[in-house]
Design a protein around this ligand. Structure first.
Ligand code: NAP
Ligand code: MG
Length: 493
């Protein structure tokens, strides 16, 4: 059995009480590793190391931006060299098809390089200020925030980690990283790269273990200056509350229930394929998934027919054999998704395709499910209101543009949305009405490090990726210089 450890203050260590938790391969339901189960003591030790290191006069934040950038670039090079190894581990732990894991590693490399470059770009502004007290010049500089706690989910384990770690380190912060207990293995590998890159000990810390222990301790700590969290809205709410204790900076990337609007004048074949990418990619375990497909009534039958035909050709299997869909991440997630499908049936929706656990051939023990298409949904249905986080496409219909917009926005979430039409003006008109942070026209789901990522409403606070994703890990300091030092005669002498 493989044992993986926490990395605290430059050392690989067991948890303080010696406990481990099981790590599963969701394709076989077998335990593939045991991971050190971090305790509150371990978490506090990691926080203390990160705080000490942030305050160290020769610490990471005192390194020049150029030096930090070079170290980050060396990490990206190493990750790139070991792409296949990382991708295979990701697929083994999470279940996703190997080619999707390969894309994740490519993206992770690109994110690190982007932030390594970004930190060397000009930052801050010079300000033309009022000279009532004599000639003054103001300008701003960007500084790191301090100790950053980074907490991630299981759907893109390596990528979500790097999405936070790269900008946090580029900015000069010290970090404590807590990956999801479902998928800790690529994080451990990535920390080995960090260890070899020559960061001062205490700069980066990895604490695995349960969110209610490790995550809770991080968000409550007075010595943590920022929490960046990606995960469910419910956990995001508890972190938001805890963060108030010392007015931590906060970044929250939460759930979604995103609308994918398809007008009758859209290229049907393109719309069908992108809708599949929107809801079946990564087994539908995607925060931005286009889980509500809102189709113009006049093409509903044609659209559903093509979607079913194409879904029926999708291959399902062990992610290592690179099918179109691998297993869901865990037995729990499988139960949750199947539960939603049962509820849809009870509420009178029609299962057009799939809907069942998949147990053919090599899939008999793992947590596989058929790609599922549900029609006849309306705004009252549970599957329309709640995030499912599985390959379940729910179809609603509309008759007018206004109705499409109304349905699209009738949700507590606001993460993403898309419009398919061949009318350019209509596309832009509708997309501007969608209350969401990430939108697409005639495509679904592409993400770029150059473009900000984050949500409106209950989908979160702040943005990741892009230059804004770096600024989230920085404080802005204003500096004002008196250009004529000396007495100004404000008070009588
Ligand atoms: P989750 O249950 O909220 O867990 C996310 C992380 O938070 C895990 O590491 C978890 O640890 C930890 N956690 C649990 N309870 C905590 C607490 N009380 N305090 C601090 N941390 C705690 O979410 P998930 O099931 O892993 O991921 C799916 C969710 O993530 C979906 O809602 C999805 O929409 C969202 N997501 C959003 C984005 C985005 O960019 N907006 C991207 C990806 C995913 P343990 O599970 O190890 O206990
Ligand atoms: Mg796993």
């Amino acid at each position: 059995m493989k044992f993986v450890l926490n990395y605290i203050d430059g050392k690989w260590c067991e948890s303080s009480d010696g406990n481990y938790f099981d790590v599963y391969d969701p394709a076989t339901a077998e335990v593939i590793a045991q991971a050190a189960k971090g305790t509150e003591d371990d978490t506090k030790k990691a926080i203390a190391a990160a705080k000490r290191e942030f305050e160290n006069k020769n610490g990471w934040r005192r390194y020049s931006a150029q030096k930090r950038s070079e170290i980050l670039l060396s990490i990206a090079d190493e990750l790139e060299k070991r792409k296949e190894e990382f991708a295979k581990t990701e697929t083994l732990d999470n279940g996703k098809p190997l080619r999707e894991s390969m894309c994740d590693v490519d993206d992770a490399v690109s994110y690190i390089r982007y932030y390594a470059g970004a930190i060397r770009m000009p930052s801050g502004v010079t300000l033309n200020v009022n000279d009532g007290f004599g000639p003054m010049q103001s300008f701003t500089v960007k500084e790191p925030i301090g100790v950053c706690a980074l907490i991630t989910p299981w759907n893109y384990p390596l990528l979500m980690g790097v999405q936070k770690i790269a900008p946090a380190l580029a900015a000069g912060n010290t970090i404590i990283f807590k990956p999801s207990s479902n998928t800790p293995l690529t994080s451990v590998k990535f920390f080995k790269l960090l260890e070899n890159a020559g960061l001062p000990s205490g700069t980066v810390n990895l604490v695995m273990g349960s969110g209610s222990v490790v995550g809770n301790c991080l968000s409550k700590s007075n010595d943590v200056d920022m929490v960046s969290f990606t995960g469910s809205t419910a956990v995001g709410q508890s972190i938001y509350k805890n963060a108030a204790v010392n007015i931590k900076k906060i970044g929250l990337e939460l759930g979604g229930k995103s609308p994918n609007i398809i007008f009758a004048d859209a290229d049907l074949e393109g719309a069908v394929e992108w809708a599949m990418i929107g809801i079946f990619f990564n087994q539908g375990e995607v925060c931005s998934a286009g889980s509500r497909i809102i189709v113009e009534e006049s093409i509903k039958d044609k659209f559903i027919k093509r979607l079913k035909e194409r879904a029926s050709k999708m291959t399902i299997g062990n992610g290592l054999h690179d099918p179109d869909m691998g297993p869901l991440v865990s037995e729990n997630q499988l139960k949750t998704v199947l539960g939603f499908i049962e509820t849809a049936k009870k509420e009178g929706c029609k299962i057009e395709y799939g809907g069942k656990r998949y147990t053919e051939g090599e899939c008999r023990r793992g947590y596989f499910i058929e790609p599922t298409i549900i029609s006849g949904c309306n705004q009252k249905n549970t599957v329309i209101k709640k995030e499912i986080f599985g390959p379940v496409a729910c179809i609603e219909t509309f008759k007018t543009e206004e109705e499409a917009i109304k349905i699209a926005n009738d949700t507590e979430y606001g993460l993403a949305g898309a419009v398919f039409t061949s009318d350019g003006a209509k596309a832009l008109r509708v997309i501007k009405e969608i209350r969401a942070g990430i939108t697409w026209i005639n495509c679904y789901n592409p993400a770029f490090v150059e473009a900000p990522w984050g949500g409106y409403k209950k989908s979160g606070v702040g943005r990741e990726l892009s230059m804004q994703g770096l600024e989230e890990y920085q404080e802005t300091k204003q500096i004002t210089i008196n250009l004529r030092p000396g007495k100004i005669g404000w008070y009588k002498d």
